[in-house]
Design a protein. Structure first.
Length: 395
């Protein structure tokens, strides 16, 4: 019994001793987190022009559907599909023989009535000569002679009018291009019967100048009209509202034109209004031009005069439920959450800040995912990065 009691007491003492040793050291010490290194830059100050970008489609100024004006069979198609044509170039010819025969018949009819008129005049002149002898001829016969002359004159005029119709029909057998432009393919080939004012033979599109249509949103429309009212922009009908255009694969907007039409109402379904710009379609080589109708284009529309602005790299601007913000690092190296109002994105990747930022303030331009409001950071000062000039070293 004594031995078992001693062993029990010894085990208890060892357990208590071990527990006492563990408590005497306390919890392990954890080093405080190190403030993240954040690159910061001052906003760029320069003059910019406000603008908006849209997408659109090119369209020909003149589009003509070539339709025959007489019925008949096609006998000639001298043009090459997809080639350039001049005004009055022959495109198709309808068999002219039936219309030539009608014209010849109408010519004969005119000559017949002219002969009848000549005879009526001769009879009238003879009877007038006889009437000089009193009682030699009745007045009733003279009236009949005069009526015959007038009837013959009317018949000649009617026949001449019919003759003009048949001349027109014969000329309409030659289907010519009404404009300069590019012709499409044959929709009908030789020997086919075509119907007057119904059969579409081909189309001709003008190439220079070229239209570009796009839809402008309502807020931009209001902004432009306010700028016109303030005298910052001249109305488009004065021919001075510039617009720029870029094609797929092109850098920037190398094609310059002017706005020449704005629709008379806003589409209530889309909240936009149709706008049209006109552009010169330059020749690349011989008859090849850069623009064709139906091309997808990017539209760059300036909406004001150049003005001074603050700009920062676009990636420095965050979005919180549609509201834009940036982090400004102050003298105490703490990140300040700042709401801002943004403007247009410039070609070099800098975004205009219209409100919420002052000149000389340092804006976080990197490591944004590590920053929280009022967090202490290690500011690494650099020049403002852009597409044309990547971030430089420390300042």
């Amino acid at each position: 019994m004594n031995c078992r009691l001693r062993s029990s007491l010894l085990g208890c003492c060892l357990t208590l001793s071990g527990a006492g040793m563990g408590c005497s050291h306390g919890p392990p010490q954890v080093a405080p987190p190190q403030a993240p290194v954040v690159p910061v830059s001052q906003a760029v100050q320069r003059e910019v022009t406000d603008y908006v970008d849209f997408t659109g489609r090119t369209d020909a100024v003149n589009t003509v559907n070539i339709v025959p004006r007489v019925t008949g069979y096609l006998v000639k198609m001298p043009f090459k599909e997809g080639s350039l044509v001049k005004k009055d170039d022959l495109l198709f010819e309808v068999d002219p023989r039936p219309y030539q025969a009608q014209l010849d018949q109408a010519n004969g009819q005119v000559k017949l009535y002219e002969a009848q008129l000549k005879l009526a005049k001769v009879i009238l002149d003879r009877d007038l000569e006889i009437a000089k002898t009193p009682g030699a001829i009745s007045l009733q016969l003279l009236d009949k002679d005069r009526a015959s002359v007038e009837e013959a004159e009317a018949s000649v005029k009617a026949a001449q009018a019919s003759l003009e119709v048949f001349k027109l029909n014969l000329s309409f057998c030659r289907v010519t291009s009404p404009i300069d432009g590019m012709v499409a393919r044959y929709f009908f080939t030789l020997g086919n019967l075509v119907n007057q004012d119904q059969t579409l033979l081909t189309t001709v599109l003008s190439l220079d100048p070229m239209y570009a249509y796009f839809d402008m949103d309502e807020p931009t429309l209001v902004q432009i009209r306010q700028a016109i009212g303030a005298g910052k922009i001249k109305p488009y009908d004065k021919g001075n509202m510039a617009v720029f255009m870029g094609l797929q694969g092109e850098e920037g907007f190398p094609h310059e034109g002017t706005i020449n039409f704005i629709n008379n109402q806003v589409n209530p379904a889309t909240g936009s209004i149709a706008v049209r710009g006109v552009f010169h379609n330059r020749v690349l080589q011989e008859d090849t031009r850069i623009l064709s109708p139906g091309m997808f284009v990017r539209i760059h529309l300036p909406i004001g005069e150049p003005h001074p602005a603050l700009l920062i790299i676009d990636r420095a601007v965050g979005s919180d439920q549609g509201l834009k913000y940036i982090y400004v690092v102050g003298a105490q190296n703490k990140a300040e959450y700042r709401r801002v109002t943004t403007g247009a994105l410039q070609p070099d990747g800098l975004r205009v800040i219209t409100d919420g930022l002052k000149a000389g303030e340092w804006v976080a331009v990197g490591a944004l995912q590590q920053i929280r409001p009022n967090m202490a950071v290690q500011a690494e000062k650099t020049t403002m990065p852009s597409f044309s000039q990547p971030a430089a070293g420390k300042k």
